[in-house]
Design a protein around this ligand. Structure first.
Ligand SMILES: Cc1cc2nc3c(=O)[nH]c(=O)nc-3n(C[C@H](O)[C@H](O)[C@H](O)COP(=O)(O)O)c2cc1C
Length: 325
């Protein structure tokens, strides 16, 4: 049970997100209180084929630990080899993505596509566990379709083959992102007397208050926050504060701008101007949520292709909205 020893009794994690949980954003989330960070999912086939952009996704700094590399795939050879590559770069553990619902992934039997074949899921997971000396976790969903949600059985079988932590997104594959995440089955997994490994809950945690409510109601060992952290790494500090009985965290426009600029610069250093300009577009509304009359600036930020101009617009925002909210 090595993962259990690395983690605090209750963990807040930055959920793995493609195009979001890049090294610089993970580092920012860590600073604001995330206890555990996941890379974006990385194709095991691409890692094995030595695709540079896939290897880059594993770049990390010591301060990010515990750092988890998430891989996806559906062949024994590529999953085991990819897990081995992740182990060699020194990650704290490897996570297998058995939850991605998008067609190009699940349609090939990767991600949540495996939920149609739990025997294969068990077999491949066991092989990955056996092929590395670092711990292995899995992130998955309740089941494949709404009339079949075998997550309680899946969790037991994952534990039995040596998985040391399971993260559960409270939706099925068919649901994609529709409807509300159903945490009652996550609670059932956690309360199953047979379960000894940590159980993380995930899905629709949008505020520190909701995090606290769900932690108390379902008794999970950790909660992963995804979309609500996009452009809002501050949510981890708010969560930490509420867990300590404080509830007064405020983040000035100045702080938001500084972090946003750091994020932009981090993406630029990592993958160049063009990547930074395009990828940052999905974060601005998060960084400046609640700011009246931000829209004209947002439109400029998401339409310009000029890095310098983005910096200028952010400075203008700072001048115009010099107040706390
Ligand atoms: C843009 C985006 C990319 C995602 N990429 C991944 C991924 O690479 N691996 C993964 O396990 N889940 C991925 N997810 C799912 C999230 O980790 C999380 O399970 C889901 O968004 C539900 O949590 P939330 O309601 O807190 O966002 C992604 C979600 C989004 C919105």
């Amino acid at each position: 049970m090595r993962i259990k020893n690395i983690l605090p009794p209750f963990s807040l994690g930055l959920s793995p997100m493609e195009g979001v949980t890049t090294p610089c954003f993970r580092q920012i989330c860590k600073r604001y209180g995330a206890d555990v960070l996941f890379t974006e999912f990385i194709s095991s086939e691409a890692l094995v084929r030595d695709v540079e952009s896939s290897h880059k996704k594993m770049n990390f700094k010591e301060e990010e630990r515990p750092l988890v590399v998430q891989i996806f795939g559906n062949s024994e050879e590529s999953l085991c080899n990819a897990a081995h590559i992740a182990e060699e770069i020194g990650c704290d553990w490897v996570d297998i993505n058995w939850g991605c619902p998008v067609r190009k992934v699940a349609g090939k039997g990767c991600g949540s596509g495996i939920l149609n074949d739990i025997d294969k899921m068990e077999y491949l997971t066991k092989k990955v566990v056996e092929s590395v000396s670092v711990p292995v976790s899995v992130k998955t969903r309740l089941g494949y379709s709404d009339d079949n949600k075998p997550i309680v059985e899946i969790a037991e079988r994952m534990q039995d083959v040596g998985v040391e932590l399971i993260s559960i997104h409270g939706r099925t594959r068919s649901q994609m992102y529709k409807g509300e995440a159903d945490w009652s089955l996550i609670g059932e997994v956690k309360n199953n007397q047979r379960m000894r490994i940590p159980v993380f809950g995930n899905g629709d945690i949008t505020s520190a208050e909701k995090m606290l409510e769900y932690k108390n109601r379902y008794g999970v060992d950790g909660i992963l926050i995804g979309r609500a952290a996009m452009g809002n790494p501050f949510i981890f500090k708010q969560c930490k504060d509420i867990l300590e009985g404080k509830n007064d965290s405020k983040f000035s426009v100045k702080e938001r701008i500084c972090v946003c600029k750091e994020h932009l610069e981090g993406l630029k250093q990592w993958r160049g101007d063009r990547y930074a300009i395009l990828e940052m577009r999905k974060f601005y509304s998060g960084y400046f949520r609640g700011l009246d009359n931000f829209k004209p600036y947002r439109i400029r930020l998401v339409t310009t292709n000029d890095y310098q101009e983005i910096e200028e617009i952010l400075s203008l925002v700072g001048k115009e909205f010099n107040y706390e909210f």
